[in-house]
Design a protein. Sequence first.
Length: 405
Amino acid sequence: MEILQVGTGTLKIPPSGYGGIERYIFEVSRQLARLGRAVTILDIKEKSSEPAVETVQGIKILRLQTRGKNPAGGVFLLQYFRSKLPLVSFAIKASRHVRRKRYDIIHLHVTIIGLVLVCLNRSLRHRMIYTVHSPIWMMDSPGALDRLAVRMDCFLMRRVGHVIAQSESSKAKLMATARIPAQKISVVPSGVDTAAYHSATPDEKIVARYGFAGKSVILFAGRIVPYKGILYLVKAADIVVNRSGYKDALFLLVGPIAQHGLDSLEHSRYIEDLSAFIQDKRLEEHVKLTGAVPQDDLTSLFCACDIFVLPSLAESSPAVTLQAMSCAKPVIGTRVGGVPDQIKDGWNGFLVEPADEEALAQKIKYLLDHPAERLKMGRNGRQLAVQEFDWKVVAEKLLAIYSQR
């Protein structure tokens, strides 16, 4: 079986740090190669000096040179489409490749790239599989561009051979909204490298670098964007620290803060609102936005924290919760998307409703007050991560789907 994974056209594979979809593509490809399957990844070529073909951990990676920078300017909608030109350039080159080389499976992960491939390769559609990674399907009130993205996703899903949702709730939404028949959708969650993410003694250098010696650390990791629900976590911090008197609590918000593109102005206002709230409530010593951190630091932070919180308003199948679970940490998350598939309420963490800072604060305080319960939930989470979410398990589920095509 010849398997092609089509990259995102944005970040290089394997990713050096952030890049959830890129990490997904690389990890499942690595496991499929270990299972004896021939796997090729089509990826971007960031520098002209890079080799066009290389082999990484048994995976053949073909790198395609595309347009470098997104063109700027123009009215809002025109600017949106112009910003996608590098992806279209990548997709056209990928399309030429799949016509020259026969693959049994062509696995797509990005809407724009998928649209180009299905439109230019009608005879190959039955071999194409599309995984829906985007959380837009789980949003209650998507914006105008998100609604456009949903319509494009619908067009793509109706034309590929098979669709993979990352949670049962996502599958239900695709069936209801996109009218995709149940037999055309399989559920395969995201995964975690349980060997890389495991319980360990906190690194003293990390403790010193991020200033949480003697603190109870509540960790968030992810992009600092509105749908991640960060504002509600900061409001929960106000309740925990100021109203309830947990003065040793430190809320560490780890992830990229800068945002570029069409929503950069809205994003800047969001960051300003976050910062203003933190200052107004005098939480500067208790809430820290670190920005993006090195991957090694992030792994160590999972080991060093006491509680992991994901307060999202929408999610697909978040990797960060699995990483925290794999490091034997209790996880508090919201009842959105695939999060309830990862967190068994009261067993390896807690589930709360989205946009509810009071409920978040209550569960955080409970876990701070019950260290033995934290340890027990952490052990349960590690067990679940190994049994159901290790990348090998995910790859085996994908292989079963591939074999039916």
